[in-house]
Write a protein that binds this ligand. Structure first.
Ligand code: CUA
Length: 167
């Protein structure tokens, strides 16, 4: 009797629907109830200009521990290559590319964004207290023959705490 196979087929269809419903519900839960959002907001250059923001690579301290960091990504370097933050509380990053797609990752932290040419990736990072000293900043998106050379560092200085020098 073929109905056994048909029944099994229905069961599998139901299993798949249940799995998809489960994943969708978990995404909705984390998105709405837990506030889990994409890692950055993306603006076009025009939108950024309209907000009155100029893109000049560098680090600016706009308040005690409040930083604005603008990074230009290009084959195969981050500009600036070294970012020094003293007792950072809240760091707003704006990262843009002048050539191809790059990916910014600050190793050992939650900072991990894609950088598309023509767009500015903006995100806020509140460095956890435990993060201090020199932290490697790498490109994690293959961007050409010198991709592996594309790295920099974030130096986090904590007052009252000695720099570990390596961590
Ligand atoms: Cu930039 Cu890989």
């Amino acid at each position: 009797m073929e109905s056994r196979e048909v029944t099994l087929e229905y069961i599998w269809v139901l299993v798949i629907i249940a799995v998809i419903a489960g994943f969708s519900a978990s995404m909705a839960y984390y998105g709405f109830a837990r506030g889990l959002n994409p890692s950055c907001t993306v603006y076009t250059m025009e939108e950024l200009k309209a907000r009155g923001i100029k893109l000049e690579p560098g680090v600016r301290e706009v308040g005690p521990g409040i930083y604005e960091v603008t990074i230009e990504a290009r084959q195969f370097v981050w500009i600036p290559r070294e970012i020094v933050l003293r007792d950072p509380v809240r760091v707003t990053f704006r990262v843009y590319s002048t050539d191809v797609i790059h990916g910014l990752h600050i190793v050992g932290t939650s900072v991990n964004v894609m950088v598309f040419p023509g767009y500015v990736a903006e995100f806020v990072w509140e460095p956890p207290k435990g993060v201090s000293g020199e932290v490697l900043m790498i490109c994690h998106e293959y961007c050409g023959i010198g991709h592996q050379l594309m790295w920099g560092k974030v130096v986090i200085e904590r007052s009252g705490a000695r720099l570990s020098g390596g961590g």
